[in-house]
Design a protein. Structure first.
Lengths: 421, 131
């Protein structure tokens, strides 16, 4: 019997990490003389490749001007660079139109924009907003502020002991007929990748609109707003190889068009008289004042870098690295890993070390050149739920290697030695 | 690194001499370091001459914050409240015998902030107390 040979699943080309690393000048430095840097804190902020640094440098050297109004060569070049970045970002997240891509300062500002523009205009006393217990403070506090102002009710999808969202409980919460479901696509602490498409489908069926906090997902795997059918998607440039100071809010056109402006000022208006104004069209309606032009250029270059490297290749690389890290960390006596197994998560491994505070773990690792984050990672309620004052967190990106995971593990044995365990 | 985690600090972290609470107490105050989640409570018993007769600390946090609290509480027993009010950042760092960067300094100084806020009868422990 002849069996047809199935082609191997298309894993694509493997990531050439050494080639990637050569693009990142900071990875060539030493943490201190004689100690190479092992950067395992990309969930807090990513490092930047030369292509991004040079794009911003070139913009300031050759094209700098204010955008949208000047009728001179530089102004036209700057406007083209800024709007060109918007178009690349729209393609990157498969937004139907660049007009649905609004530049903000970061994920936090994007969420605040939705809360205080859409939320103020559309929510009334007693309305329900559904969040989750694994949210970053940026997707909690704006809603708490709005809830206090408008007398809203906040409900939370629980996190199971395995670090996953309890979707049965979520179905129950939808019976409260929430107006909005706002949730993280990927937890910055647990690493859990939430089933965003399913959460959105269920929300829509219950009549709610949805906001996806993509701060950790957009940098690490392919995210399509059309495939997700998300109403809003928020993310930050600095976590995806771009500069600080710029973020994105994607929104469904029909919703954005009805939303009032968030901040008033230049560029967001069509016409102004002494006592009134007519707001500009999308996306400018939400971009008051001179925006972060060079940063938009940098984000555009970052998106080009990620696309040409391949988001699927990046995701596969991070998955392999995470699985390896979990396996190696589990060997170290006293280490306890907080979060689901590798198949349910992205490149984030939070852990505790028995008898040693995460700050001390982090400090000792730093002395070995290994940069990890320690604290509650802007997710205090999640830590409180699991009765953890803090955790240490190693996180991975396209430029990290297995050898760096080995350095982390060696550092943890040093922690054991110093604390006499 | 060997300096930061000198034997005294590891020893006081693992086996503190003054961990606990005083009931009753004359002065008690507690506060957090919001950046780290360190938490310190300090209880004092003070006699009619305003001399600290007994002191304990409770809480959780990193080795630096906990060892600093243990050493500080030990140092204030027998001191007058006036002397306690006069304690400085340098006094505490001398007790610890280490040099700290700006982030870890907050861990070390939490206990001093809590102590002074309690002694001054303030509602909150602000950073000015340890400058």
């Amino acid at each position: 019997m002849i069996q047809s040979i199935k082609p191997a699943p298309s894993i694509g080309k493997a990531l050439d990490v050494e080639r990637v690393r050569a693009d990142f000048p900071i990875l060539q430095r030493q943490a201190r003389p004689g100690t190479p840097l092992v950067y395992l804190d990309s969930t807090a902020t990513s490092q930047k490749p030369l292509q991004v640094i040079q794009a911003m440098d070139e913009y300031y050297r050759a094209n700098n001007a204010n955008i949208h109004r000047g009728i001179h060569t530089l102004a036209e070049e700057a406007t083209a660079a800024y709007e060109g970045a918007r178009e690349r970002i729209a393609r990157f997240i498969q937004a139907p139109s660049p007009r649905q891509v609004i530049f903000t300062r970061n994920t936090t500002e994007s969420i605040n924009l939705v809360a205080f523009s859409w939320g103020r205009a559309n929510l009334n006393s007693g309305d329900v907003i559904v969040l989750t217990e694994m949210e970053h403070h940026s997707n909690l506090v704006p809603w708490q502020m709005l809830a206090a102002e408008k007398d809203l009710r906040l409900e939370f999808i629980p996190v199971t002991p395995q670090g996953l969202l309890d979707l049965d409980a979520y179905r129950g919460l939808l019976e409260l007929e929430p107006k909005l479901v706002s949730f993280t696509h990927m937890s910055n602490v647990l690493g859990t990748i939430n089933p965003a498409k399913e959460i959105i489908q269920l929300a829509h069926a219950a009549g709610a609109i949805t906001l996806v906090d993509g701060a950790q997902s957009v940098p690490h795997f392919a995210v399509s707003v059309q495939d997700l059918d998300a109403d809003f998607l928020a993310f930050s440039a600095h976590k995806m190889l771009g500069p600080t100071g710029i973020g994105v809010l994607y929104g469904r056109k029909s919703i954005l068009e009805k939303m009032p402006p968030y901040m008033g000022g230049g560029d967001m208006i069509k016409r102004v008289s002494l006592r009134s104004f007519v707001p500009n069209s999308l996306p400018h309606k939400f971009e008051a004042g001179t925006p972060a032009i060079a940063e938009a250029v940098g984000l555009g270059a970052a998106v080009d870098y990620l696309s040409s490297t391949g988001m699927d290749e990046i995701a596969q690389h991070e998955h392999d690295l995470t699985a390896y890290a979990i396996e190696r960390l589990e060997e170290v006596p006293g280490v306890w890993i907080f979060g689901p197994p590798a198949q349910d998560k992205g490149g984030v491994v939070s852990f505790t070390f028995e008898g040693v505070h995460p700050h001390d773990v982090s400090q000792i690792l730093d002395s070995q050149g290994v940069a990890v984050r320690a604290g509650h990672h802007c997710a205090m309620p999640l830590h409180e739920k699991f009765n953890l004052p803090a955790t240490a967190r190693a996180s991975f990106y396209l430029y990290n290697t297995q050898a760096e995971v080995d350095r982390l593990v060696e550092g943890l044995y040093q922690v054991r030695a110093i604390f006499g365990q | 690194m060997d300096d930061l985690y000198r034997e005294l600090i590891i020893e006081r972290y693992k086996n503190p001499l003054y961990r606990g609470e005083l009931d009753p107490h004359d002065i008690s105050f507690e506060d957090d370091n919001p950046l780290c989640g360190d938490h310190i409570r300090i209880d004092l018993r003070v006699d009619q001459d305003d001399i600290v007769r007994d002191a304990r600390f409770a809480g959780h946090g990193c080795a630096i914050s906990q060892a600093s609290a243990d050493l500080l509480v030990e140092a204030v027993i027998g001191q007058s409240l006036e002397q306690v009010k006069g304690l400085t950042k340098e006094d505490l760092l001398d007790m610890l015998g280490i040099e700290l960067g700006p982030v870890r300094l907050k861990c070390a100084l939490l206990s001093l902030k809590v102590l002074k806020a309690g002694v001054y009868g303030l509602g909150e422990a602000n950073d000015d107390l340890v400058e």
